[in-house]
Design a protein around this ligand. Structure first.
Ligand code: ZN
Length: 206
């Protein structure tokens, strides 16, 4: 996959919330173009549950339904502005008990990914008309490395946990094949796995 394709995928993919039990509130793009943890970093720093599913934050008491987000401490006045913006975004997320969370595609009217819609985006991107694709790459290292770093920063590395989350059938378990001692998440594969850690140690000595 080249860099432009990767960027288009990043821009175009949006999780459509249904039951809210697969999508994560802070780290999935649930509102068009907005990743809550990046758009509201102060709020994200202070929330108690940083990895919860959307459903975890939606509280139903009798006929009353509302977002229930706990903070480590009371917000200061200067933090309330971000919280207000975050709450406005949350209004755009509606849970629906009758459908599963799914992935939506922004660049097609019916929300479904097609090769044609991807081709149209590539044509526009290659003609240099799409400003959002500018300024991402600095050319400081080989493009394959840049792509991997970019995918890591945006939680887009297709580790087994991510594949399973979006309903892909895996041939084997979600366990890390290197150490067999934990689920193959991005954090595990690149940081916590004892083999990765050994590699980091070697790099640091280099
Ligand atoms: Zn491992």
């Amino acid at each position: 996959m080249d860099l432009l394709k990767a960027k288009i995928l990043e821009e175009g993919i949006k999780v459509v919330v249904g039951k809210g039990n697969i999508s994560r509130l802070w780290s999935d793009v649930l509102v068009e173009g907005v990743l809550l943890k990046e758009a509201f970093p102060r709020v994200y720093t202070l929330v108690v549950n940083k990895s919860g599913y959307v459903r975890d934050f939606w509280k139903v008491t009798g006929s009353l339904e509302k977002w229930d987000i706990a903070f480590r401490r009371t917000l200061f006045d200067w933090e309330l502005e971000q919280w207000t913006g975050c709450r406005d975004c949350l209004k755009g997320i509606v849970l629906r008990d009758t459908i599963q969370d799914t992935i939506g595609w922004k660049f097609n009217d019916n929300g479904k990914f097609t090769v044609n819609s991807m081709s149209r985006c590539l044509e526009v991107g290659n003609s240099g008309e799409v400003g959002v694709f500018d300024g991402v790459w600095q050319g400081l290292c080989p493009s394959k490395i840049e792509l991997l770093v970019w995918q890591l920063l945006h939680d887009r590395v297709l580790v087994k946990e991510v594949l399973q989350k979006f309903g892909l059938q895996l041939d084997d378990s979600v366990e890390c094949p290197l150490c067999s001692d934990g689920v193959e998440t991005i954090d595990h594969l690149f940081l916590n796995c004892r083999w990765s850690w050994r590699l980091w140690q070697l790099c640091m000595k280099w």
